[in-house]
Ligand binder design. Structure first.
Ligand SMILES: Nc1ncnc2c1ncn2[C@@H]1O[C@H](COP(=O)(O)OP(=O)(O)OP(=O)(O)O)[C@@H](O)[C@H]1O
Ligand SMILES: [Mg+2]
Length: 372
């Protein structure tokens, strides 16, 4: 699968740009602050229906403009289709597939599978659990619309339940029937999410082991485990709901005192073990970095296998952050059918000698493009 055409209107510092892109390796170059990351962000927005760089949607609207529009043509095995995202300064986001409105983000995500890799992702192993949850959620959302819907539903229930818990702290009378209702709702949808994640983890672990042995040049024990907040044991996919419900019952007095939901997928973590030890705490910086690359590469390989189509791979500035050895291993491990877009001020050594398509960006315009 590859993004063949891309059009931007009033997106970040681009007023009006239309690009035709080849499959294979694409390098976006230019000096700082010219629009390299913005161009990559536009591609990610088209794939995910939302920007991976900001949670304030309207940030992408060009200053002074009323709406940003990004559209593209995707070529895949058996044909092509069009995607379009419009983000208003105030109004709601609009999504289209082949010109037809798509109301729910869940029905949009996953049509153009993509892996976005920004500098902030380098902290995937070392950083806080939220980054690992985002990694898993983004991957699963592209694989299953049902997962994405459950996640949205869960977040809504969580907010309402937290508001209810806070109300108790402010003196509202405790009603056991309400407590039971919230516990059931949260554990039903939360259990579904955990079950999905557990099933994914098994596949992801296999792909990460493969990717890791390519990145470090030999086999090493990598394991991935699900860690449930406030629980010593990990449920199976089949009993995740019952496990969460029990946990919430046990935590009820503490939750009432704290005024917040203390267990559930919003607090869970993905444990990554290297040679049996938790990598976040014990692995060296270099080992952590290799693990991050392996997980991102695993994401590419897994999407490619499950979707039976190569995803789009977007590297924002990341290659330049890696030593040359890791750059080479990573670039060599990317399957040839994966359209890969890299932004960088200078061509990174790993791609310098390769056949690629190069795009030069300056102040929100494409000043040159050529195959080299
Ligand atoms: N909504 C917006 N409207 C107009 N310009 C914007 C908007 N958002 C960001 N910009 C500007 O776009 C410019 C280019 O940003 P971008 O992040 O793409 O730079 P870059 O080429 O990746 O630079 P670097 O090499 O430093 O990463 C920045 O100067 C930024 O201020
Ligand atoms: Mg940038």
């Amino acid at each position: 699968m590859h993004l063949h055409q891309l059009t931007l209107y009033d997106f970040r510092n681009y007023a009006d740009v239309r690009l035709t892109l080849p499959p294979g390796l694409i390098l976006v170059t230019g000096a700082n602050a010219q629009g390299k990351s913005n161009l990559l962000e536009a591609m990610a927005l088209l794939a995910y229906g939302q920007s991976p760089r900001t949670s304030h949607e309207s940030d992408v609207v060009r200053w002074g403009a009323t709406a940003a529009r990004v559209s593209g043509e995707v070529i895949h095995g058996t044909g092509e289709f069009g995607l379009a995202v419009a983000v208003g300064q105030h109004g709601p986001r609009q999504l289209r597939v082949n010109g037809n409105h798509v109301r729910r983000l869940a029905d949009y995500v996953g049509r153009l599978p993509a892996v976005y890799f920004g500098v902030e992702d380098l902290a995937l192993v070392r950083g806080a659990p939220a980054g690992r949850r985002r990694f898993v959620d983004r991957l699963l959302s592209q694989l299953s619309p049902r997962y994405f819907l459950s996640l949205q539903q869960y977040n809504k229930i969580l907010q309402q339940r937290n508001a209810w818990l806070r109300g108790l702290g402010e003196g509202r009378r405790h009603d056991p029937a309400m407590a039971e209702m919230w516990r059931e709702q949260l554990s039903t949808v939360g259990g579904l999410i955990i079950a999905h994640r557990l099933r994914l983890l098994h596949q992801l672990e296999q792909w990460t082991i493969d990717a890791h042995s390519i990145i470090v040049g030999g086999p090493q024990a990598v394991q991935m485990q699900y860690a449930m907040a406030e629980s010593e044991t990990v449920p199976t996919a089949a009993d995740a709901t019952a496990h969460l419900a029990e946990l919430l019952e046990r935590l009820a007095p503490r939750e009432r005192a704290r005024g917040q939901t203390l267990a559930g997928p919003h607090r869970d973590d993905l444990l990554i073990l290297l040679s049996g030890k938790e990598a976040r705490r014990y692995a060296s910086q270099g080992q952590q970095r290799s693990l991050v690359l392996s997980m991102k590469l695993a994401e590419v390989l897994l999407l490619r296998a499950v979707k039976d189509e190569a995803p789009l791979l977007l590297f924002d500035d990341v290659l330049a952050e890696l030593d040359q050895d890791r750059q080479n291993r990573l670039v060599e491990a990317i399957p040839a059918d994966v359209q890969t877009v890299i932004t960088s001020t200078e061509p990174p050594p790993a791609v310098a000698g390769r056949r690629m398509y190069r795009i030069w960006v300056q102040d929100g315009t494409i000043i040159r493009q050529a195959a080299c």
